[in-house]
Design a protein around this ligand. Structure first.
Ligand code: 7TS
Length: 407
């Protein structure tokens, strides 16, 4: 990809083009949320100005239009993930709600005392706490798969932890704190060998490349719209149809029922069984617009560009020195997590912000991982395809300044 091509893509993201604290913004907090292209902003505005109506229940044209767009959006996600059927795509608020849904439904239905759930030592809290809550309710045990100090998963340890006690494995596809890309296809196959079901937390993966849930053979896959250039408050739970059909509903309310009476209520078919209440219609439509945008660009070339940003960050870090890299796995997405020797991450973040550079600092909702590294947190620069080599240079120039100030 040429720099001009990157700049042409970047031009479609209005929030990137502003000054922050008197300097042109360098937005390197894409792991927390990505910026939105104009086509997503327009899709939201058009929905509310032209088609706003409730879905699935109107005897009028506007409602039909809203329903059509909403269900088209589901099919867009189905194609994006290569799911077998649109019924396997459940709208949620985001990754967190997707994981909680599976824990509260499949988990409560299928787990008992003595069963084991495996996660990794590099999970986001949203892929730890729902399982802990489930363990409290069922007497099952949660066990973390160990992580090496370079940020790679210990696959031998994983193999040795697998037994017929393990009923569920939930693993992050790409670590938000380290950038590690986990070998989820192998993990799924190994877990299936002992009869366990597998959920993949794809929150940080789908923004970098296309995911194929059938090729992975994932039982469940979760992601958030806002980390995929779409709106906040919308996310996706993919689940295999047979599993979703056998699971009880998550929340009760409108839309999820077939028939309601005080004697007995029966539940709606998929996907509506898991979509109680008025959904985030605009969010779904906005997310589909984001996916349409991604379908129009060369994602493979953009992923290569992201890799080149990470390579440059590594080179510049070695050049300026005094930087401890956290997460040096062989296979990494464009996340650069580090500590500046002798400086607290929060101070580094503040000094970068004063120069218009947005990074995230802290434990990144991965406190068990931070404990392993015996650090309070890191400074994290997470790159997206709209970042430029110039953004990386600005980050390190900013760090040189921060060093002069702090050390
Ligand atoms: N899983 C992973 C791997 C994540 O990175 C995040 C959010 C979540 C789950 C939760 O997603 P949500 O959309 O439901 O909140 N991660 C981050 C982050 O790294 N900085 O801010 C949020």
């Amino acid at each position: 990809m040429t720099n001009d091509q990157i700049l042409a893509i970047r031009a479609q993201f209005p929030a990137l083009h502003q000054d922050i604290n008197g300097k042109p913004l360098v937005y390197l907090d894409n792991g927390a949320t990505t910026q939105k292209p104009q086509c997503v902003i327009d899709a939201l505005s058009r929905y509310y100005s032209e088609n706003n109506s409730n879905v699935h229940r109107g005897a009028h044209t506007l409602s039909d239009r809203a329903t059509q767009e909403f269900e088209d959006a589901r099919r867009t996600v189905q194609t994006f993930l290569n799911a077998a059927k649109p019924e396997e795509i459940i709208w949620t608020r985001g990754t967190t709600e997707s994981i909680n849904t599976v824990a509260a439904t499949w988990g409560r239905q299928n787990l008992t005392a003595g069963d084991e759930i495996l996660v990794t030592g590099m999970e986001h809290h949203s892929n730890i706490v729902p399982w802990q809550m489930l363990c409290e309710q069922t007497g099952a045990t949660l066990r973390p798969i160990p992580v090496f100090d370079n940020g790679e998963l210990d696959m031998e340890a994983f193999a040795s932890m697998l037994s017929n006690k393990v009923k569920f494995v939930s693993v992050v596809h790409v670590s938000n704190a380290l950038g590690t890309i986990n070998p989820v296809k192998d993990i799924i196959a190994m877990a299936h060998n002992v009869g366990a079901k597998v959920m993949i937390d794809g929150a940080q993966a789908v923004s970098h490349w296309d995911v194929d849930v059938q090729a992975l053979d994932a039982d469940f896959y979760a992601f958030s719209g806002h980390k995929l250039f779409g709106p906040t408050g919308i996310g996706v739970l993919y689940g295999k149809e047979a599993l979703l059909n056998a699971m009880p509903p998550y929340q009760g309310g409108g839309e999820m029922i077939e028939h309601c009476s005080f004697a007995k209520t029966t539940y709606n078919v998929l996907p509506y069984k898991f979509e109680a209440g008025t959904p985030n219609i605009a969010g779904a439509i906005g997310l589909a617009a984001a996916i349409d945008f991604l379908n129009r660009v060369d994602r493979i070339a953009l992923a290569k560009h992201e890799d080149s940003l990470l390579t440059r960050a590594n080179e510049l870090a070695d050049k300026i020195g005094g930087i401890r890299k956290i997460g040096t796995a062989d296979k990494k997405a464009s996340v650069f997590s580090f500590l500046l020797d002798g400086a607290h991450p929060a101070d580094v973040g503040t000094l970068l912000d004063q120069q218009g550079i947005a990074v995230r600092t802290g434990h990144h909702c991965a406190m068990p991982l931070m404990e392993q590294f015996e650090i309070p947190g890191t400074v994290r620069a997470s790159f997206s395809f709209y970042n430029t080599l110039d953004d990386v240079e600005r980050l390190f120039a900013g760090l040189e300044k921060a060093k002069m100030f702090l050390l």
